[in-house]
Write a protein that binds this ligand. Structure first.
Ligand SMILES: Nc1nc2c(c(=O)[nH]1)N[C@H]1C(S)=C(S)[C@@H](COP(=O)(O)O)O[C@H]1N2
Ligand SMILES: [Mo]
Length: 159
């Protein structure tokens, strides 16, 4: 089986597929040890979204960043300028890749999210099972729940 890799594509100069070793090789200054400092309930180490964007080089016309989780068909689209300095991609726990039980192989985390469905940068945008980051000119697909009922239904499906 192929090693899991995070696809980063769309309006970028250097579309990439980043596996565990590629993320670990991003600059040390962008590595984020122990994300439980930001979210007591969440574990592991990550790398700043900025380091990934430096690597793929968004084109000037890229306005939105869309996060895709193919595993459960969940998608979130956020203005690039709002998110670029605020997020981490978690990819490691105890020196190993994240498994599905840890919402891996990759998990998106906003450093300081607002409550569910209160802003672009809310808790709902902390995408689990992240498979692809796509840069686009217009807003992309966004399946975040909009109401308390939709939230309840979504969390019911979670194992
Ligand atoms: N792939 C995927 N990511 C997801 C969701 C989902 O259903 N699928 N739910 C979102 C919502 S609505 C919230 S509030 C948070 C919850 O994260 P937690 O379970 O770590 O608290 O995950 C977000 N990320
Ligand atoms: Mo949410």
């Amino acid at each position: 089986m192929d090693e899991p890799a995070l696809t980063v594509d769309g309006l970028v100069e250097n579309p990439s597929r980043l596996a565990f070793a590629d993320l670990a090789a991003l600059p040390a200054g962008h590595q984020v040890e122990d994300v439980s400092r930001f979210h007591p309930k969440r574990k592991g180490d990550g790398v700043a979204l900025d380091a990934i964007l430096d690597r793929v080089r968004p084109r000037p016309e890229a306005n939105y960043l869309t996060l895709h989780a193919d595993r459960d068909d969940f998608h979130v689209s956020i203005p690039l300028q709002a998110i670029r300095a605020e997020a981490i991609v978690v990819y490691r726990l105890g020196g190993r890749p994240l498994g599905p039980a840890e919402c891996g192989p990759f998990r998106f985390l906003i450093r300081d999210p607002s409550a569910c469905h209160t802003s672009e940068l809310d808790d709902c945008a902390n995408v689990k099972y992240l498979s692809r980051i796509e840069l686009t000119h217009r807003r992309g697909r966004d399946t975040r729940p909009q109401t308390d009922e939709q939230h309840a239904a979504l969390h019911q499906n979670e194992s």
